[in-house]
Design a protein around this ligand. Structure first.
Ligand SMILES: N[C@@H](CCSC[C@H]1O[C@@H](n2cnc3c(=O)[nH]cnc32)[C@H](O)[C@@H]1O)C(=O)O
Ligand SMILES: [Zn+2]
Length: 432
């Protein structure tokens, strides 16, 4: 007996070896996709009639600071350095475990609602982040964000906390939680520290999540300090590999692009955050052209200001097209691939396709909407016409987290109320 059968679905498989299936079925058992096709002999405890709607892999958000929903709209319209140093970091110094717990619950709620089934996070108070992820039912690759600023003592403390978190949570929540090391960036972490982190990550057999070349200021700083850009700097210390997830990667030379592709580095393109902070335009079309694994991420809610991966897909496509004045780059299917297949690869999870033996991480998108009518090309609609609010049902690890727009696992209204209260308390704490 299977657990769930979804019938009457337009299956957008995202599997390069399999075309989309109209009027198809998806059979789910033990958290995995057991069977897909035109029909099935299987029986299940639960049947979902998709009503001709789209069934597709859940979206994978590869760069987030989930708890930053706390700072949604808190400090807008300024450049990264000013934003971080004068607003976000002083505020983060005042947040509690409980604040981050609520912030992450809200983020999970928003992601489940908008069709994200897995995300990569780098933040603080990570035990609370992991707890919220565990309870929500979503999947995540979590890391404690570490900064040493060249201070040896701080380096020890940060690495100790990063490793403790890695060991304590890897594989938890029925395998939905994996852990990574999260050195913040090459200009906030010292060379020695980055070398130690890489060694530890290899030893622990976990991946690394880092910000790289988000700003031109980082590029200039690295050149002044080390005579090379961040990409060459990290190459020289043997940091690069397919175990690394590098967020942003904006200020790249053609040589840097080659290095990233050759080392199989996973890149998270964070287009909305990059536009909002005016950090720059990542050379995504060039990266893809040389075979680099480019995925998509929202970044935190303080620089986006939401976690809607559908918006991220559309914006990523449009910005590349206009920035290089070529409407043929980043076509819809490729952008969908970035948000699903490439994202899953970046996190090292067997999700991102509707395919036998893959994790049952999938969503149903409601096509019965004015703005999705008519529908000539489903992939085009998912990228250019749909948004996160069109997601009707979300399934992660074979469990239904939202059905017919109703979220299970999390008490939506109570989380919204708690966040309203928490945000007021937090602002008075920051200002006191
Ligand atoms: N444990 C560290 C800080 C955590 S690193 C994770 C940091 O990334 C920061 N962050 C969020 N968004 C961005 C971004 O777009 N670029 C760079 N850093 C960011 C975020 O505010 C958080 O402090 C310490 O001792 O200070
Ligand atoms: Zn970030």
């Amino acid at each position: 007996m299977a657990d769930i059968i979804i019938k009457n679905a337009y299956i957008l498989t995202m599997d390069p070896d399999r075309e989309d299936i109209e009027n198809g079925v998806v059979v789910i058992e033990d958290g995995k996709i057991k069977e897909i096709g035109k029909s099935t002999e299987s029986k299940a405890d639960k049947e979902i009639d998709a009503g001709g709607n789209v069934v597709m892999p859940g979206l994978v958000n590869t760069h987030c600071h989930a708890g930053m929903t706390l700072f949604r709209g808190y400090a807008d319209d300024m450049p990264l350095q000013d934003w971080l140093e004068n607003h976000i970091w002083p505020a983060e110094a005042k947040v509690s475990d409980e604040d981050i717990y609520i912030g992450t619950q809200l983020a999970c709620l928003e992601m489940i609602r908008s069709g994200t089934t897995a995300f990569a996070d780098m933040y603080i108070h990570m035990d609370k982040v992991a707890q919220a992820v565990d309870e929500s039912g979503i999947r995540a690759a979590l890391s404690y964000g570490m900064i040493d600023f060249g201070d040896k003592e701080k380096a020890d403390v940060e690495l100790e906390e990063g490793s403790r978190f890695v060991r304590e949570w890897n594989g938890k929540a029925d395998g939905r939680i994996t852990t990574m090391y999260g050195p913040h960036a090459p200009n906030t972490c010292s060379r020695d520290f980055l070398i130690r982190v890489k060694e530890q990550a290899v030893k622990d057999n976990v991946r690394i999540h880092i910000h790289v070349l988000e700003t031109e200021a980082e590029l200039n700083y690295m050149k002044e300090q080390f005579g090379v850009c961040s990409i060459h700097f990290l190459k020289d210390i043997d940091f690069w590999g397919d175990d690394v997830l590098a967020a942003h990667c904006i200020w790249l030379s053609d040589g840097d692009i080659k290095i990233l592709a050759e080392h199989g580095v996973n890149i998270s393109h964070n287009v909305t955050s990059n536009m909002k902070l005016a950090s720059g335009i990542a050379p995504v079309a060039k990266l893809l052209a040389v075979g680099a694994n480019v995925s998509l991420g929202t970044d935190g809610c303080a620089s986006n200001n939401n976690l809607d991966m559908f918006e991220e897909m559309k914006t990523a496509a449009l910005l590349q097209k206009v920035s290089i004045m070529d409407p043929t780059v980043l076509p819809a299917r490729q952008v969908l691939e970035m948000a699903t297949v490439n994202g899953a690869k970046a996190l090292g999870i067997k999700s991102g396709m509707i395919k036998e033996e893959y994790n049952a991480d999938l969503i149903i998108v409601d096509m019965n909407k004015p703005h999705l009518t008519p529908a000539y090309d489903i992939a085009s609609h998912m990228v250019y016409a749909a948004n996160g609010r069109d997601v009707k049902t979300t399934i992660v690890n074979g469990k239904i987290l939202m059905e017919n727009y109703e979220v299970r696992c999390l008490d939506e209204q109570s989380i919204i109320e708690k966040m309203k209260k928490t945000s007021k308390d937090l602002v008075s704490r920051i200002n006191s």
